[in-house]
Design a protein around this ligand. Structure first.
Ligand code: NAD
Length: 244
């Protein structure tokens, strides 16, 4: 029995890393995938791998910071698939910079991608989920939200904001059939590590003895997307190999 049969997921940042792994795993579990990324060319591989499994696949290139584009993309996915049951608000960036050198522009972009991005994606899909009486919202935050990371004050603030947002939205939507949860990955082998300072990487090498893989995060998201997690809401699941 597949765990996401007759479900469709909208996944942001699905052209790479954790989002791409979520797309592949959710498709293996039966879901149709609306795959978003700001880098349109990255979506080809994701969409091809989902289609190869015989699942519905749609490439949705847009920037999550642009509410109009997010709404148009979400409406297109709902139009083509009939319904969206799962939102993985996962897109992210992590350029490191010392706080003393941080420009207002760098701060602004970080807040835009992670907080406006999550607001925009939830806003675009939540009425539809309320109408259907079912929804799973999963936000990819970070262990930076909890620990605070050096050279990543803007990222840590934005990721902590996602946790507060998710807890509040989860409580507000209780009783609608929608759950809202967070995964907080520790170091995971994806392209984003190219943006992260070596000092941060050394500091958070997981005690479990290996770095995380995108599938480690995707399996956590799969649980939160499943029917079995219908009593779990407002939770932050730390998937970090013991690197607290
Ligand atoms: N890899 C890690 O160690 C790690 C740790 C903690 C949290 N995270 C979080 O996991 C999430 C996924 O990151 P990843 O590690 O897979 O990195 P990644 O770089 O492999 O993938 C992120 C994807 O998001 C896309 N993206 C960036 N800005 C976007 C925007 N404005 N609109 C749409 N798409 C956008 C990128 O183009 C990229 O394809 C991010 O939110 C990141 O902060 C990652």
């Amino acid at each position: 029995m597949m765990r996401l049969e007759n479900r469709n997921a909208l996944i942001t940042g699905a052209g790479s890393g954790i989002g791409q792994a979520m797309a592949g795993l959710f498709a293996r579990e039966g879901a149709g995938i609306a795959a978003n990324d700001v880098e349109a060319d990255r979506l080809t591989a994701t969409v091809e791998s989902v289609s190869a499994l015989g699942r519905k696949a749609l490439a949705l290139p847009f920037d999550v910071t642009d509410l109009k584009a997010v709404q148009a993309g979400t409406d297109r996915a709902i139009g083509e698939f009939g319904h969206i049951d799962i939102l993985c608000a996962n897109a992210g960036i992590a350029p490191t910079v010392d706080f003393v050198d941080m420009t207002p522009e760098a701060w602004d972009r970080m807040i835009k991608v992670h907080l406006y991005g999550v607001y925009n994606c939830c806003k675009a899909v939540v009425d539809h989920m309320i109408e259907r009486g079912h929804g799973r919202i999963i936000i990819t935050s970070s262990m930076s939200a909890i620990n605070g990371d050096i050279h990543l004050t803007h990222y840590s603030a934005a990721k902590a904001g996602q946790v507060g947002f998710a807890r509040a939205l989860a409580r507000e939507l209780c009783g609608t059939g929608i759950t809202v949860n967070v995964i907080a990955p520790g170091l995971t082998k994806t392209n984003i590590l190219g943006e992260v300072d070596d000092e941060v990487i050394r500091k958070y090498e997981p005690p479990i003895g290996r770095i995380g893989q995108p599938d480690d995060q995707a399996y956590a998201a799969l649980y939160l997307a499943s029917e079995e997690a219908s009593f779990v809401t407002g939770h932050t699941l730390q998937v970090n190999g013991g690197a607290f």
